[in-house]
Design a protein around this ligand. Structure first.
Ligand code: A3D
Length: 319
């Protein structure tokens, strides 16, 4: 059987890390694409030379030519610019929208059957634009944010309780911005909901509230220290989604999915739990909200809608 092909559009910090994870997990042949000649080729050569040491045989190549992504099964998009300290994700709209136009054309022409995972920020608007610009079906285009935001919340919760990170599950829904909605009621330690753990005296509501706030600004915390965006955990999160598609795992993962009435939202990409399998986003899972959760979710959706309207102003063909 032929190996799967994974095309990575953008060979920067996340792109390079994605290639490394994809190779180590032997997910298939990896093609790194970037407009900066030399970068994808150089990174690919370096990564291919990891093969003899770590035991993977899939080809890793670098290119500046879209023809080389032809027939890709998965395309992961990180092309564009990341945040610098003091910037919000929303400050990137103008620049990254133009990048999505070129990437959308490349995918439409050369990899129209791929499952596309967008990571470029501001995520919910970029994935929405990329779907329109590529013309791929909405179930085959999604955004990575929820797995990362949930991983951040899970890390903070595990540290708080002094338990394994693996035993903590959490959902973070809504847009990938400061309005994201970490759902405490649906977050558990080995199936025990956080509110029960508060009653059991493991922690307090105040401490959980502080962790929710830290999760909301978890990306910014790293930008401030590093001077640029996080890349290890974002790459690991997108690879988990790619693997779910390639292996038809039916994983239930929070991701930016196109909504057609679910959660009362129509024609926008918003972070929700979804089943990922061989058909891409196979199903959106609709959980019920309490009043306060619904208010937070609505607030987050409003932020996504406002930014989408701003994108349409910049590129009226999207309207
Ligand atoms: P960086 O290391 O700068 O890599 C971006 C790469 O894109 C660079 O190598 C550029 O040369 C390349 N590029 C620019 N324009 C094009 C183009 N038209 N076609 C192909 N390649 C191009 O950034 P990064 O890898 O750290 O981050 C990439 C994106 O991910 C940024 O927009 C970040 O804000 C975003 N990001 C999102 C999350 C989420 O959770 C959604 C987390 C972290 C970063």
């Amino acid at each position: 059987m032929a190996r799967s092909k994974i095309a990575l559009i953008g060979a920067g910090n996340i792109g390079g890390t994605l290639a490394h994870y994809a190779a180590l997990k032997d997910l298939g042949e990896v093609v790194l694409f970037d407009i900066k000649a030399g970068v994808p080729e150089g990174k690919a050569l370096d990564l291919a030379q990891v093969g003899p040491v770590d035991g993977f045989n899939g080809k890793v190549t670098g290119t500046t030519d879209y023809q080389d992504i032809a027939g890709a099964d998965v395309v992961i998009v990180t092309a564009g610019v990341p945040r610098k300290p003091g910037m919000s994700r929303d400050d990137l709209v103008d620049t990254n929208l133009k990048v999505m136009r070129a990437v959308g054309d490349g995918i439409k022409t050369h990899a129209p059957d791929a499952f596309v995972i967008c990571i470029t920020n501001p995520l919910d608007v970029m994935v929405w634009a990329l779907q329109k610009m590529s013309g791929l079906p909405t179930n085959k285009v999604c955004g990575m944010a929820g797995v990362l935001d949930s991983a951040r919340f899970r890390t903070f919760l595990a540290d708080e309780f002094g338990v394994s990170r693996e035993d903590v599950s959490a959902f973070v829904l809504g847009g990938h911005g400061d309005t994201m909605v970490p759902l405490v009621r649906y977050s558990t330690v080995a199936g025990i909901p956080i509110p029960d753990l508060i009653k059991m005296g493991w922690t307090t509501q105040e401490r959980i509230d502080a962790l929710v706030e830290r999760t909301r600004f978890g990306g910014g915390e790293i930008v401030k220290q590093l001077g640029t965006s996080a890349f290890y955990a974002p790459a690991a999160s997108a690879i988990q989604m790619a693997e779910a598609y390639l292996k038809d795992e039916k994983r239930v993962l929070p991701c930016a999915a196109y909504l057609t009435g679910q959660y009362g939202v129509d024609n926008y990409y918003v972070g929700v739990p979804a089943v990922i399998g061989a058909d891409g986003i196979e199903r959106v899972v609709e959980v019920s909200f309490e009043k306060a959760e619904q208010d937070m979710f609505n607030h987050s959706v409003e932020a996504v809608k406002e930014l989408t309207a701003a994108a349409i102003k910049i590129d009226p063909s999207l309207g």
